[in-house]
Design a protein around this ligand. Structure first.
Ligand SMILES: [Zn+2]
Length: 254
């Protein structure tokens, strides 16, 4: 049975911009799977559809990221209500974190959240992310932390979370997981990739020996040099992954 859209409202047409956003986002879900960044049927990547309407695309709740396609992504409003009839439910509780960021930060067109093992492990550490690796150093001064208050984010916590995030695009949800946002999907992805790599290396290094600390002036220099946020670099990196995906499975485009 199809879930009804908001009553009494006109059916929004799917624009070319939305079609393109759907294909790009579906590719992103498959790339997360390719990278091992999935969590059963949980977690979300949300993307605002370009245009005058405030519409976001989100994964259908109940499907694995490997099953996400351009056409089964659900278009929702800021409250997580489908804007068109859909065969799939939306995980409203999961969307609350994303909608808080989309709603409060105008530039946040894409929000990504993961529970990877090393990401969650670093999120559980009192000292948080180490900046003493090639990737960690690039994130120096760029990471916000928000304390864990429980599984369900209520409206009060939404405001506290937004205050915790401030202007940072890289967020560690303490005792929980990782989150990034960007003006584009490719930017959010690059921040998350940097953060994930930093977590992987931090956890691996901690198992091996004592971390060698980087001096403050090197961290400051690396912060300035970090190239991850340049749009052309973000797009090139993501395009490279899409090409790998297209070699093995193009069903995400359906
Ligand atoms: Zn989570």
């Amino acid at each position: 049975m199809k879930q009804a859209p908001r009553s009494g409202e006109r059916l929004l047409p799917i624009t070319d911009a939305e079609r393109q956003a759907r294909v790009r986002l579906a590719a992103c879900y498959r790339i997360f799977d390719y990278l091992g960044w999935t969590e059963l049927i949980f977690n979300h990547i949300t993307l605002r559809v370009p245009g005058p309407e405030t519409i976001f695309l989100i994964n259908p709740f109940g499907l694995h990221y490997r099953e996400v396609t351009a056409s089964n992504l659900v278009a929702v409003d800021l409250q997580g209500r489908p804007v068109r009839p859909t065969d799939y439910p939306v995980n409203l509780a999961g969307f609350v974190t994303h909608s808080a960021i989309h709603g409060a930060i105008e530039a946040a067109h894409c929000v990504m959240h993961t529970h990877t093992t090393t990401g969650s492990a670093v999120a559980c550490l009192e000292e948080g992310l180490s900046h003493d690796s090639f990737y960690g150093a690039q994130l120096h001064g760029r990471v916000a932390y928000h304390v864990f208050e429980g599984v369900t984010v209520n409206p009060d916590e939404q405001a506290r979370m937004i205050a915790s995030i401030g202007d940072k695009r890289v967020v560690i949800l303490r005792n929980h997981g990782l989150l990034t946002w960007g003006e584009t999907l490719e930017e959010a992805f690059m921040w998350l990739w940097l953060l994930q790599r930093a977590c992987d290396i931090q956890v691996a290094a901690a198992q091996t020996g004592r971390l060698r600390r980087l001096p403050a002036h090197v961290l400051a220099q690396t912060h300035l040099e970090a190239a991850g946020r340049q749009p052309e670099t973000c797009k090139a990196a993501f395009d490279a992954l899409v090409r790998q995906l297209d070699r093995v499975d193009t069903s995400y485009r359906d």
